[in-house]
Design a protein around this ligand. Structure first.
Ligand code: ZN
Length: 313
């Protein structure tokens, strides 16, 4: 891939909303170790290998095999976790943001249910996965919930209606197709799935995952590819500014951006949506950031500012 993009250098100062240039380029997964998360990834102690299937090109990924004979998870109407309290008037009044905390702390106790296969546009994939964890055992599912709740608070202060796909209020999941459906049914103006990666030590930094052009089997991302990139670029730029973290050194060729066609949560979305992998839980230096409440607040602020920038552009 071309490398004519220079990531912005974080600068101290008041809240600003820098934007990556439109020249920011699509990155690809360069190493197997860097392909460990997204909809995939398993916490230590679970049977499934950590490395999730994904493609380094636009070719469809091979659906992972499963010995599960679990029934298909529920489909139909989806329910997210929305707030009922009155919202302040703000720049995001009238806008809806769906935040998707990746995985679920209860997934590890529901292997049969989360291993059930669901359609995801380019094949089938597990309903959901346990996610990864730091070497000391801080689960990605707890990280994603914490950052998502902080993000909700920040966005609600700006007047947005915020819906979480799960708020620690269900025993497992939702499945990846329902995670997408919640955003669709809310007619979200923007949707963000929050994750942290589980790659090898030495792999550091964040990256934002953008939807590829996918058509078929219930998926059609034609209308969201461009706006999702705009959303992702703004989140990446603000994330650099608020956290001081550099874009990933193992995915995306230093752009902090990656494009994938193997994530049901993106393939099945009909609203602008991105994933963010906030760091690598298995790297000791990133671990120190991800386990810090103060850093998680900065991470949430960067994501919130990116969303706000996108919605008020
Ligand atoms: Zn994840």
């Amino acid at each position: 891939m071309r490398q004519d993009f220079t990531p912005p250098i974080p600068r101290p100062g008041p809240r600003r909303r820098p934007v990556f240039t439109a020249a920011a380029l699509i990155g690809v997964c360069l190493t197997a170790a860097g392909c460990a998360d997204g909809d995939g990834g398993q916490a230590p102690g679970t049977a499934a290998p950590e490395t999730a299937s994904r493609s380094a090109s636009s070719s469809p990924a091979t659906a992972p095999s499963s010995s599960s004979s679990a029934p298909a998870p529920e489909s139909g109407s989806s329910t997210g976790s929305g707030s009922t309290k009155p919202l302040p008037q703000g720049p995001l009044s009238g806008r809806t943001v769906v935040i998707d905390p990746g995985h679920n702390p209860g997934n590890r106790d529901h292997a049969r249910e989360i291993n059930a296969q669901v359609k995801m546009g380019t094949g089938h994939k597990e309903c959901d996965t346990t996610g990864t964890a730091t070497n000391s055992g801080y689960a990605e599912a707890l990280f994603t919930l914490d950052v998502s709740r902080r993000l909700r608070t920040l966005l609600e202060k700006e007047g947005a209606k915020v819906v979480l796909t799960q708020d620690g209020d269900r025993p497992f999941g939702p499945c990846v197709d329902e995670r997408a459906r919640i955003g669709n049914e809310e007619k979200a103006d923007a949707a963000v799935s929050v994750h942290a990666d589980g790659a090898a030590t030495g792999n550091r930094g964040f990256h934002v995952i953008l939807p590829a052009a996918v058509h078929g089997d219930g998926a059609d991302t034609a209308k969201i590819v461009v706006p999702s990139r705009e959303l992702g670029v703004r989140i990446a730029g603000n994330f650099v500014r608020t956290t001081g973290s550099a874009p990933s050194n193992y995915i995306g060729e230093d752009t902090g951006l990656d494009t994938r066609d193997d994530l049901g949560g993106l393939n099945l979305s009909t609203v602008p949506k991105v994933f963010i992998e906030c760091g690598n839980m298995r790297d000791p230096k990133d671990d120190a950031l991800l386990t810090s409440k103060g850093w998680r607040q900065k991470a949430a602020l960067g994501i919130a500012d990116g969303i706000s920038s996108y919605l008020t552009r």
